[in-house]
Ligand binder design. Structure first.
Ligand SMILES: NC(=O)c1ccc[n+]([C@@H]2O[C@H](COP(=O)([O-])OP(=O)(O)OC[C@H]3O[C@@H](n4cnc5c(N)ncnc54)[C@H](O)[C@@H]3O)[C@@H](O)[C@H]2O)c1
Length: 443
């Protein structure tokens, strides 16, 4: 299953509730973007969105197109990536973006020159500090995210951060500290947990929090699918380059697939519960993807999470070819049940409701919402939510790796820094050992 397609299929086309409270100008802007009308309906000049993107791989270039389709008055002005060939690939796509009829209608443009495309580990600083950039998109592998988020918050610029926002407890602490600073600065921040910008999900959660299924007594979150991409090692690649190009398979870069991918489903449970779990007891392993090309991550996890009020979430995720796919979230209530799967929302029981509307991408809506918040002067800030859901997934991974029950405090206060102390293009970088429950220590 292609996860981008799956997620895009889940999106829907009307607008989020909070926009109803925005100013008339902001609503006009958003309606324009969503309904493809009045592309010039924003205050020209001072509120132009000038985007800098860090990490221009699959999602980074996807996000460039999404933000160009999100509202009028958007210009892409700088990009950065650790690899020059990724910059070249991104530049090659820009022509087709410029020719997209919807983007043309909005009057949006890509104005990235070779001088405004930065290569290397310090590319993020060059993009963030570019004087014309006022809107940053972070789309590198998540291991770098805490450092990049910290730098964006220091700059005070508007931030769109892909999920997850860290891979370990120390990273989450850095992000939560940045969140506190961003609140003081009144920054607008949105995260790539796009279900929170999807109209169907928003309507479902509003109904559930309004009592449609009664009290929630159990939740379920699944992301079971086949495998994802990998890149064959080239002889000229150092250990570091091989790991970076295959970042999914290294926990210091991805957090493992429970953190990198399953975070989406766990987020829906946390959102509905308006809480995060207090502890996790989980298991998992590496049964099929056992060869060295798959680094050291697991290929399946099953976690029993417990919320502070005693409600349990059954979470499972698997990336194994030939197995039954299931990407869904479900809630069990005292008056009914809820399930969301394949772009369908369904509440059964006393207050039956279903939503099968034709989707407009939530990948676009997340930018529409963020831009509207900036233009209305009503900041939204999703950094705490996404940090807490990321830590939920990290807590599950820690439990599965060690075979121990792990509490929220243990995960949050963990001293385990997964990022190697030095990133060196030439020296050896051994692959960490595959975790063994009962032997791998909880740090
Ligand atoms: N919201 C979603 O549904 C969704 C979907 C796909 C991916 N993602 C997230 O987007 C992020 C990127 O995933 P992707 O699929 O685009 O991966 P990708 O490998 O296609 O792209 C990552 C890019 O980041 C670059 N990069 C790596 N380290 C860097 C650094 N230190 N500084 C600058 N650039 C660096 C890589 O060279 C690459 O071009 C991940 O966090 C992933 O979880 C989210």
């Amino acid at each position: 299953m292609n996860r981008k397609t799956e997620d895009q299929n889940r999106a829907a086309h009307t607008r989020r509730d909070f926009l109803k409270t925005s100013t008339v100008a902001a609503v006009g802007t958003t309606v324009a973007a969503h309904m493809n009308i009045i592309p010039g309906a924003y205050a020209q000049g001072s509120d132009e969105i000038r985007v800098g993107v860090i990490g221009v791989g699959g999602r980074g270039t996807g996000a460039i197109k999404d933000v160009l389709m999100a509202a009028p008055g958007v210009r892409i002005v700088a990009i950065g990536d650790v690899f020059k060939d990724r910059i070249d690939e991104a530049m090659a796509k820009f022509k087709s973006f410029a020719e997209d009829p919807e983007i043309k209608k909005l009057g949006n443009t890509v104005a990235v020159t070779p001088e405004r495309s930065f290569v290397g580990f310090d590319a993020y600083e060059k993009v963030i500090n570019a004087s014309d950039v006022n809107y940053i998109i972070l789309a590198t592998p998540p291991g770098f995210r805490p450092q990049h988020i910290k730098a964006v918050v220091a700059s005070g610029k508007t931030l769109f951060t892909e999920k997850p926002v860290a891979v370990d407890g120390p990273g989450i602490r850095m992000v939560l500290e940045a969140y506190e600073q961003s609140k003081t600065k009144g920054m607008s921040i949105a995260a790539g947990t796009q279900r929170r910008h999807d109209v169907g999900y928003n309507e479902a959660i509003k109904r559930i929090q309004g009592g449609a299924i009664g009290d929630i007594v159990a939740t379920r979150a699944y992301w079971n699918q086949g495998g994802l991409w990998k890149k064959d090692r080239q002889k000229e690649w150092s250990d570091l380059e091989w790991q970076l190009r295959n970042w999914l398979y290294f926990t210091w870069l991805s957090g493992d697939h429970i953190v990198e991918q399953h975070v989406h489903n766990v987020d829906v449970s946390n959102w509905a519960m308006n809480a995060h779990p207090a502890k996790a007891t989980g298991m998992g392993g590496r049964q099929v993807r056992t060869s060295p090309e798959y680094g050291h991550i697991f290929d399946h996890f099953a976690i029993d999470y417990e919320y502070p009020n005693g409600v349990h979430m059954m979470s499972m995720c698997r990336q194994i070819e030939g197995t039954t796919g299931n990407v869904s979230e479900a809630l069990v209530g005292t008056k009914g049940n809820y399930v969301s799967q394949s772009n369908r929302q369904l509440i059964t029981g006393a207050n039956e409701w279903r939503y099968n509307d034709k989707p407009k991408s939530a990948y676009v809506l997340e930018h529409t919402d963020l831009i509207s918040s900036v233009r209305a002067g009503k900041p939204i800030n999703e950094l705490k939510n996404v940090a807490e859901t990321t830590l939920t997934a990290i807590m599950g991974r820690m439990s599965a790796y060690t075979g121990k029950t792990v509490t929220w405090e243990q995960a949050l206060n963990s001293q385990e820094v997964l990022m190697p102390a030095k990133l060196d293009w030439s020296s050896n970088m051994p692959v960490p050992a595959v975790a063994v429950p009962g032997k791998t220590e909880l740090v």
